[in-house]
Structure formats: C-alpha cells, structure tokens
Design a protein around this ligand. Structure first.
Ligand SMILES: O=C(CO)COP(=O)(O)O
Length: 279
C-alpha cells in the first residue's frame, strides 16, 4: 500500500496579515512534485483561514488548528466544524498536545472531536504524543495507544485521518526524536492500528512525525519505513522552500511517469529570512 507523503505546516498562534501574505506568496512559488505524490497542508490561525485559502496555490490545502466538539451554538469563542466546511476548509488539526496540556483536552474529548469533524466531512490530522516524564518512565507506547484508542472508540473509518506522532518533549525544543526513536513509535502505532483497527487501516493510514523538524533533520526522518510525512511547527514559520530530493527522481520511472512505489524524501531548506522579520 502506497501512502502519499504528507507535509503539514502548523503556524500555531503566530502571524500578521502581512506576514501571512508573504509566506503564502513564497509557498506559491515553491517547486514541489505534483499533488498526487505529496500532499501539502498549511494551518494558519482561524482568523487567517479565508485569506490563506484565497491566496494559496490550488495544489496546497488549508487546515484549521481546532474545532468545536459538536454542532455550533451557544459556545462563545468556539469555531464549529460546520463553519469550516462552509468556508471550504478541508482539514483540521485535533488533539494537539498544546491543547491537551494547556487547555486540558482529554483523550475522550479529542476522540469526540475527531468523530464529529469526520462526520461533517472534514479530514483530520489527529495528534498523539508523550511527555518527557512519560517517556522516561517507559510509558510512551501506553500513552499514545490510549490516545489512539479514544479515537478508535469513536471512529470506524480511518480514510480521512492522518495520525501525527508528536512527542511533547520534542515540540519547540529543538530536541528532535532520532530517526530510530521516531520509527520505533511509528511502527508500534502501525502495529496497534493493525491489532485494533484492522489490516487495511494499518497499511493505509499515514503516520506523520512532528517535533523540531527542520531542513537538516527531515531527510533522515523521512527515510524511516513508517514515517509518512511531517507536521512542522517552528520551521514552517520561516520562509522556506520545499524540495523533494530526487534519488534519482524517485517519483518518476524511466518514461518520466510517476512511480509511487518509491519513497519520497522531503527536504525543507530554511532560508535565512525569518517569517516574523519585516521586509
Ligand atoms: O507542534 C508541532 C507541530 O504541530 C511541532 O512544533 P515544532 O516543529 O516547532 O517543534
């Protein structure tokens, strides 16, 4: 089963109109392989979603960073899945550790959100990951399995879910999981899916890695068998160029046709210019 490589940029709570316009203009000029080879999704804060959607090239997609757990109504400050659908936003990130930890979102709440968003037709990037304390106490797999179980409890069809493994200790710390550490959890997660959600789900669900991914470390990470892409935070706030390294031209055969069996390796070359710097 070929899993299309997935690259997400999570801008978190950052940006101004000017900065957003600048990074979108930059992305629009980036040379990337066709969308049937790599899926690129950027996730700006809610207020910039319409702007980004209107300016972004059509082969890239947009994701919200959260949505409400059920139908909208008297829930001040929340954004409903229906509103995202109404705006034509195809993706939503749910269960990010910053929301789990800072806003006390429980496994069950995240599972409910994932199920509701899917039921409205959204595609979901569902995040799981352990804290440093949990890793050091040897409970990494138990933690990510429990987080994934809460989703599996509510969801039968995994077609529109991308699972993002984001170890909390690697987020925004510059302390990236080694390719072996990441691969170990990814393969365990795939095994978990196999045992609990079925063979098909295990082989087709993309499991992407997030946590201090940058242009230097992403290449080795991408080579790992069970790493199907990235959810990039800080580095996606820089003006960056996306390169897919052709080894040689892995997505094409001799007749210049796409060969989806080859692993696509992504490298983001971070330019010196920072997203938040003014021109
Ligand atoms: O949280 C992340 C993506 O959702 C990762 O953030 P960093 O890449 O800044 O570590």
């Amino acid at each position: 089963m070929v899993r299309k490589f997935f690259v997400g940029g999570n801008w978190k709570c950052n940006g101004t109109i000017e900065e957003v316009k600048r990074i979108v203009a930059f992305l629009n000029e980036a040379e990337v392989p066709p969308e049937d080879v790599v899926e690129v999704v950027v996730s700006p804060p809610f207020v910039f979603l319409p702007l980004v959607k209107s300016l972004l090239r059509s082969d890239f997609q947009v994701a919200a960073q959260n949505c409400w757990v059920r139908k909208g109504g008297a829930f001040t400050g929340e954004i409903s899945a229906e509103m995202l659908v109404n705006l034509g936003i195809p993706w939503v990130i749910l269960g990010h550790s910053e929301r789990r930890l800072l806003l006390n979102e429980s496994n069950e709440f995240v599972g409910d959100k994932v199920a509701y968003a899917l039921s409205r037709g959204l595609k979901v990037i569902a995040c799981v990951g352990e804290t440093l304390e949990q890793r050091e106490s040897g409970s990494t797999m138990a933690v990510v399995a429990a987080q994934t179980q809460s989703i599996a409890d509510k969801v039968l069809n995994w077609d529109n879910i991308v699972l993002a493994y984001e170890p909390v200790w690697a987020i925004g710390t510059g302390k990236v999981a080694t390719p072996a550490q990441a691969q170990e959890v990814h393969s365990e997660l795939r095994k978990w899916l196999h045992d609990n959600a079925g063979v098909e789900v295990a082989s087709s669900t993309r499991i992407i890695y997030g946590g201090s991914v940058n242009g230097t470390n992403c290449r080795e990470l991408a080579k790992q068998l069970d790493i199907d892409g990235f959810l990039v935070g800080g580095a996606s706030l820089k003006i960056f160029v996306i390169y897919l390294i052709k080894q040689p031209e892995p997505w094409k055969d001799q007749n210049n046709k796409q060969n989806a069996n080859d692993k696509v390796i992504l490298v983001m070359k971070i330019k010196k210019t920072n997203f938040s710097e003014k021109n």
